[in-house]
Design a protein around this ligand. Structure first.
Ligand SMILES: C[S@@+](CC[C@H](N)C(=O)[O-])C[C@H]1O[C@@H](n2cnc3c(N)ncnc32)[C@H](O)[C@@H]1O
Length: 271
């Protein structure tokens, strides 16, 4: 019932900008409305260069997925996927292998409606409408059983989504549930907004998002690192996403350092 209310409360919310379409607008996509384009323009005016934060996140996600593909991970569960365009997970995977599976999950109804036709011709990827705060609705969905083999390693992606959860949702507890649901060799990818290094831009960003359908919560790199729990950190560990195995020639000092994240793998021995 609580879950039905959550989903219904999103149903009518098309007059306010929403996170998925704001992100699409910043990435230069075409799956957004005037309300999100105006939001993106106003935010870029208030925080010149902030577009780079959204692009840095998408680039981090790409590098993380490439890294996992190179280590044999072939299945991905993308929680809070947004609209899978502009170099999203199945496009990254398709460049490397024909043997992959991606299940996208989002709780925003129009995001899912926009995404379904985009994935219609790709049998190896699917999107479902579910709330990651209800792990049972994700893990027990028929599409999950059809697409993913939870006995084999899975890349669980929580990219730019946990900051939309309140502390009352128990984000750490939710992450643990997904960690337990996948076998050793699986990996967890997380990115999250952080204001510690640059509180002023973070404050402004949070104020902008406060008026959207998806207010966000700023947390610390330590909080993000705690999400990984007993998983082995890969690459440089939890850091500013631009510093996580940057592409050769990438700018060493991004304008804003308000997004941290990391990648970690489930070891053979884990609870
Ligand atoms: C900023 S977008 C991130 C897109 C993608 N993960 C990426 O990093 O490129 C965040 C997405 O999370 C979704 N979202 C927010 N809260 C969610 C929840 N509780 N369950 C599922 N999706 C959620 C939003 O609808 C939005 O599409």
């Amino acid at each position: 019932m609580a879950e039905a209310q959550r989903l219904l409360s999103r149903e009518m919310d098309i007059d306010r900008p929403c996170a998925a379409r704001i992100y699409d607008a910043f990435l230069g996509g075409s799956h957004n409305f005037g309300v999100e384009r105006r939001f993106a323009e106003r935010l870029e005016l208030a925080l010149p260069g902030v577009t780079g934060v959204f692009r840095d996140n998408r680039a981090f996600l790409r590098r993380a997925v490439e890294y996992l593909l190179a280590r044999g991970v072939r299945q991905f569960l993308d929680l809070g996927s947004g609209i899978p365009t502009i170099g999203h997970v199945h496009e990254v995977a398709r460049r490397r292998t024909g043997r992959f599976r991606v299940l996208y999950v989002d709780n925003e109804p129009l995001t899912v409606a926009h995404s379904k036709p985009l994935l219609a011709a790709e049998p190896r990827a699917e999107i479902i409408r579910a709330d990651l705060r209800e792990p049972g609705s994700v893990l027990n969905a028929p599409e999950t059983a059809e697409l993913l083999d939870l006995a084999q390693p899975v890349g669980v992606l929580m990219s730019a989504v946990l900051h939309f959860l309140d502390d009352g949702d128990d984000p750490h507890g939710l992450v643990r549930t997904y960690q337990r649901a996948v076998p050793p060799g699986s990996a967890l990818v997380i990115s999250h907004v952080t204001g510690g290094e640059q509180p002023a831009p973070m404050h402004l960003l949070a104020n902008f998002y406060a008026d959207t359908a998806d207010p966000l919560v700023d947390r610390s790199p330590e909080w993000i690192d705690e999400c990984f729990g007993g998983f082995d950190r890969l690459g440089p560990g939890t850091c500013c996403v631009s510093d996580w195995r940057p592409d050769p020639g990438a700018p060493a000092h991004p304008h804003y350092r308000i997004l941290h994240g990391g990648v970690a793998r489930k070891p053979a021995r884990h609870e």
